[in-house]
Write a protein that binds this ligand. Structure first.
Ligand code: FES
Length: 140
């Protein structure tokens, strides 16, 4: 495994509000989708329901669309913080050690959930694809 990607890589390009076909999702269950309205989003399916959220982890800005869906949550590819894709809350903080130091997991989680929760966007599944809904311009 190489050093994690700092940049969005090979995003799917949305067709207007049509984000991605469900059967085109990778085994990770999430993919980066470039949209005209909201920039790059992390889009996937968790617990059988579609989601679209901000692509940027609140810890050290890894690209969440390069992570994976685990236990019904979106897991960051770098230090495995997990997010509830419905509320945008970080449900578990970064794990392991970073350059030998603990990642201040509880502090990161507190900050992420009070000041900088990831944005969630309303989506639906239609005709085998995940779509931004009409209200998607009114997210937090
Ligand atoms: S960058 Fe996401 S958990 Fe560290």
């Amino acid at each position: 495994m190489g050093f994690p990607e700092l940049m969005t890589k090979d995003p799917v390009h949305a067709d207007g509000r049509r984000l991605v076909r469900v059967d085109a999702l990778p085994p990770s269950g999430v993919v980066e989708v470039e949209t005209a309205e909201h920039g790059t989003l992390a889009v996937g399916v968790a617990d059988g329901l579609p989601f679209a959220v901000s692509n940027v982890c609140r810890h050290q800005l890894a690209k969440l669309g390069q992570g994976q869906v685990r236990g019904g949550c979106l897991e960051c590819p770098w230090h495995r913080a997990r997010y509830d894709v419905r509320s945008g809350r970080m449900v578990s903080g970064p794990k392991g050690r970073i350059f030998g130091f603990k990642p201040y997991s509880s502090g990161v989680k507190l900050f992420a959930n009070t000041a900088w929760r990831i944005r969630t966007f309303p989506v639906e599944t239609r005709d085998g694809a995940i779509w931004l809904t009409a209200e998607a311009g009114s997210e937090r």
